[in-house]
Design a binder for this molecule. Structure first.
Ligand code: HEM
Length: 146
């Protein structure tokens, strides 16, 4: 994957405006509410019985922060995302048995959460660069499944 200077700037700029402690919990909660089958992987997280339970669940929040912190590794290593996520891909595949289709769903929820938080600043050209990053992330997380 090639990144232009302007794409690199856009990614750094979006990331600088992301508050991991807010965006992370909102993103994971949104995945669990909108795509309820994803709840099956989080059986140890306690009450996920309705949207408000999910959004107020401290384990969901904590894990949402973990996921976004992992995303920082992609932002900081845009030229080698595949190697950066090799171990994480293996973990999701072999140990957690997460269906890789779910990575795309999480990526889409992240874009929606960013859009709701950023408003008009997340314009179509910013979004297109951000989606490009997320599609490379999704491909890297899926790479060890095959
Ligand atoms: C654990 C990142 C998507 C399910 C983790 C961990 C990280 C992570 C960093 C902790 C790994 C460790 O303990 O060493 C990511 C990233 C994702 C992603 C960057 C996408 C951008 C998903 C999706 C699901 C999922 C879509 C399921 C729908 C899990 C589960 C755990 C986990 C069940 C273990 C949680 C626990 O019991 O503590 N993930 N993940 N992940 N992930 Fe993901």
């Amino acid at each position: 994957v090639q990144w232009s200077d302007s794409e690199r700037k856009t990614i750094a700029s979006v990331w600088s405006k992301i508050n991991v402690d807010e965006i992370g919990p909102q993103t994971l909660a949104r995945v669990l509410v909108v795509y309820p089958w994803t709840q099956r992987y989080f059986g140890a997280f306690g009450d996920l019985s309705c949207a408000s339970a999910i959004m107020g669940n401290p384990k969901v929040s904590e894990h949402g922060k973990t996921v976004l912190k992992a995303l920082e590794k992609a932002v900081k290593n845009v030229d080698d995302i595949k190697t950066t996520y090799a171990k994480l891909s293996q973990l999701h595949c072999e140990k957690l048995n997460v269906d890789p289709d779910n990575f795309k769903l999480l990526a889409d929820c992240l874009s929606i959460v960013i859009a709701t938080n950023f408003g008009p600043a997340f314009n179509p050209s910013v979004q297109s660069t951000w989606q490009k990053l997320l599609s490379v992330v999704v491909a890297a997380l899926t790479s060890r499944y095959f």
